[in-house]
Design a protein around this ligand. Structure first.
Ligand code: LIP
Length: 276
């Protein structure tokens, strides 16, 4: 049942990825107007392409798996944020994760398709059409029962055992200017001073895929939505990594926070943050 959906999601991501790359290059080389960019908040962007890709994804999923539930970032499928968490199968979709990068011509953006079965993350696909330097880009796919892959290459998390030897990644909330917001700056500074390197590439789905690929040894972020992380969580677990949270007792999928690691440095990084 999940395998069928994962196979379908891979083909759907390939098709949607080709369209997204076409739109990206048209915008980047100014053959298309950038006027179709709107604001959802002070710095949160949404484009007509977000909605175009989401409509493509939702229509195809509805046609093939009509009884499955769908949660999609732009609300094409259902009121934004309403999700039937108890459904046997729930699709969690981000049509463009890394929208700011997409609008500004940076290649670190992805299509994220997460599949949750009876409340547990079961599989995911993260499609990065502008990465990899070859036709079709990089398609990360897998899940806890399937392993994790980049195109046809099997992935496994890194073997780094200390934060001082690690390359880690994070991101920052759109709402960081709001009164009382958790800006993540203290955690960023602590990790910057301890780790070998730190990256902020602007797509949570890709950051999680990079943990699964052993490129990053860990990644954390707050104020993320389920559609930012659902597919990436499946990939990290499929590659033998660990998924934790920044506040004990919270859900990495539903409570807007995640700490993903290779399973070897996650607790050290969590302790570094808890000590702040
Ligand atoms: C983005 C995440 C990124 C985070 C941004 C934003 P979007 O998602 O992928 O990690 O730092 O604030 O949430 O809005 O591009 O889908």
């Amino acid at each position: 049942m999940t395998q069928r959906r994962l196979d379908f999601a891979r083909e759907l991501a390939r098709q949607a990825g080709a369209l997204l790359l076409e739109r990206f290059e048209a915008r980047r080389f100014a053959k298309a107007s950038s006027a179709a960019t709107e604001f959802k908040g002070r710095r949160e962007l949404v484009t007509a392409v977000d909605r175009e890709i989401e409509t493509l994804l939702v229509t195809a999923i509805r046609e093939r798996f009509e009884h499955d539930a769908i949660l999609a970032e732009e609300g094409v499928a259902s009121p934004r944020g309403v999700a039937d968490r108890a459904a046997e199968f729930l699709w969690i979709l981000d049509p463009i994760d890394g929208t700011t990068n997409f609008v500004h011509g940076h290649p670190s953006f992805s299509i994220s398709i997460g599949i949750v079965r009876s409340g547990e993350v079961a599989a995911g696909v993260v499609m990065a059409p502008a990465l990899g330097g070859r036709a079709g880009g990089e398609c990360y796919w897998g899940g806890p029962l399937f392993g994790a892959y980049c195109n046809d290459h099997k992935l496994s998390v890194s073997t780094t055992t200390a934060v001082r030897d690690a390359v880690v990644a994070t991101g920052f909330s759109y709402g960081r200017n709001e009164m009382g917001a958790d800006t993540n700056v203290e955690r960023f500074t602590a990790a910057l001073m301890e780790a070998r390197g730190i990256r902020r590439c602007g797509s949570a789905a890709l950051d999680l895929a990079f943990v699964a690929a052993g490129i990053y040894d860990a990644y954390w972020e707050k104020d993320l939505a389920p559609y930012d992380v659902a597919a990436g969580i499946a990939l990290v677990l499929g590659a033998g990594g660990s998924i934790d949270v920044l506040e004990t007792g919270k859900s990495p999928l539903w409570d807007r926070q995640v700490l993903a690691s290779n399973g070897r440095i996650g607790s050290e990084l969590r302790a570094l943050f808890d000590a702040l």
